[in-house]
Design a protein around this ligand. Structure first.
Ligand code: GTP
Ligand code: MG
Length: 196
């Protein structure tokens, strides 16, 4: 259960992120997929993480301290042309740095919009996570935009796509930040892995 949530700091360098070794959980995915909104939904705070209808809102690594003993981390989106033209893979430099250097990262959540077919950039990012041995789960966002049948169909199609390259599909969650679908499931997973 989340009893307290507070913004700690924003950084463009991984080296400047909190050094206290508390466990952390990061949210990553394409710009506008709903990373910051999901953090607000999970913590029950309207404006803890800054959100926007325009992609590219989150530009830095943002640490939020939860219950005074673990972090949720909001990251910039990838795949947004204006901020990522110079980077071949369209990832800002500090995103791979973050995942490679943060030993205290327990689990990353890779967010994908439930309305869309699997996108190359997301599949590539998951491949990158796999190759680097960084544990991740998938979060399908914006489930309020689809009817239950379509949710089922899209999730099944996405998993099918993953099975072309993965032996097993990663754990996944279906969420909506506007209707709090999936909130308990994601928080339970955090609690479960946090205790190990
Ligand atoms: P960047 O910081 O730019 O990478 O974006 P982000 O992934 O943090 O997305 P953000 O949370 O700012 O949300 C982007 C837009 O999607 C906003 O207009 C949100 O209101 C909307 N949105 C986010 N989650 C949901 C959801 O579950 N349902 C609906 N309907 N809209 C959502
Ligand atoms: Mg954001």
């Amino acid at each position: 259960m989340i009893k307290s949530a507070e913004f700690v700091m924003s950084n463009s360098e991984v080296a400047k992120c909190p050094k206290n070794n508390l466990p952390e959980y990061a949210f990553i995915g394409r710009s506008n997929v709903g990373k910051s909104s999901l953090i607000n939904m999970l913590t029950n705070h309207k404006n803890l993480a800054k959100t926007s209808g325009r992609p590219g809102k989150t530009q830095l690594i943002n640490h939020f301290l939860i219950n005074k003993n673990w972090f949720l981390v909001d990251l910039p989106g990838y795949g947004y042309a204006r901020v990522s033209k110079s980077s071949k893979k369209q990832f800002q430099r500090f995103i791979p740095d973050y995942f490679q250097e943060r030993q205290q990262l327990v689990l990353a959540f890779v967010l994908v919009d439930i309305r869309h077919e699997a996108q190359k950039i997301d599949l590539e990012f998951m491949e990158y996570m796999g190759e680097n041995g960084i544990p991740f789960s998938i979060i399908f966002t914006k489930a309020d935009k689809l009817k239950p049948k379509a949710i089922e169909r899209n999730v099944a199609a996405y998993l099918q796509e993953l099975l072309k390259t993965w032996e097993e599909t990663p754990q996944y969650f279906v969420t909506s930040s506007s209707s709090a679908i999936g909130r308990d499931e994601v928080l339970n997973e955090i609690e479960r892995t946090n205790r190990q």
